[in-house]
Design a protein around this ligand. Structure first.
Ligand SMILES: O=P(O)(O)OC[C@@H](O)[C@@H](O)c1c[nH]c2ccccc12
Length: 252
């Protein structure tokens, strides 16, 4: 399993989102939230609701996404990421909608997005930001997805896996970057990717994937402004306590 196969499976049963949507709600800024956490002396952590992953299968059964997102906010998360890909990650747009109902911090839609109508869809289901994977687009296409996101007041999180992805993201005008430590072809983690790629993007940087303990978090935060953590929280018997340890920099 690799990112392109997941993308292809996502494209297969795709229907463009064609509902009319009123642009009334002003999304919260993930960039501001990251900067605020930093200014308060916390480790900026975006906590992810990720029921399953392609490699590990089920990580956690999420019966009440609102409850877990509230717990994450209480433990100091500066953002909540919600997987909406149904097949490999067992996510849903409904979870996104539920979590965004009582949002206290920005909510990120995490999916394999490729069509312009999915930007409006993300906004409609309550997203404040959305993930755009740089390698899925050419520079022009990525630029269009970014402009469309901004029309709804959302600053997208643009994910890079390589120098080439970084170049494309920069020339498309991205301001908020995720450096994914996971190889998109083999799904293997290499946490040093954060260190290697951080210099190729300028703006707000988030290190994503494979962060399992406060030591690794400290390491990636030398090069990035924030970290995105999913599996470690999902698999923990005490997700809120673990998140608190990440945010406050304590040991377990
Ligand atoms: O569970 P982890 O290793 O903490 O990783 C979280 C997040 O980075 C990962 O879920 C992710 C990063 N980019 C993605 C793109 C699509 C789906 C999932 C992802």
């Amino acid at each position: 399993m690799d990112f392109n196969s997941i993308l292809r499976s996502r494209m297969k049963d795709f229907r463009p989102f064609d509902q009319e949507v009123k642009v009334i709600r002003k999304p919260m800024s993930l960039i501001d939230s990251i900067c605020r956490a930093k200014a308060e002396g916390k480790n900026p952590v975006i906590a992810e609701i990720k029921p399953a992953s392609p490699l590990a299968g089920q990580l956690r059964k999420i019966d009440d996404p609102r409850q877990i997102s509230k717990a994450f906010v209480n433990s100091g998360a500066c953002g909540i990421s919600v997987l909406t890909e149904p097949k490999f990650f067992r996510g849903s747009l409904n979870t996104l909608k539920e979590v965004s109902r009582d949002r206290k911090v920005p909510v990120l839609r995490k999916d394999f997005l490729f069509d312009i109508s999915q930007v409006k869809e993300s906004y409609h289901y309550g997203a404040d930001s959305l993930l755009l994977i740089s390698s899925f687009f050419d520079s022009e296409g990525l630029g269009e997805m970014i402009s469309e996101s901004r029309r709804y007041g959302m600053e997208p999180l643009v994910e890079i896996h390589s120098e080439e992805d970084a170049g494309r993201a920069v020339s498309a005008g991205a301001k908020l970057f995720a450096i994914n430590n996971r190889d998109k072809d083999t799904l293997k983690i290499d946490i040093k990717r954060t260190e290697r790629l951080a210099g190729f993007v300028e703006g707000v940087r988030v290190s994503a994937s494979g962060i399992e303990d406060p030591g690794q978090l400290r390491y990636v935060l030398q090069f990035c402004d924030a970290a995105l953590i999913g599996s470690a929280l999902m698999m923990s018997a005490y997700p809120s306590a673990l998140l608190k340890a990440f945010v406050e920099g304590g040991e377990l």
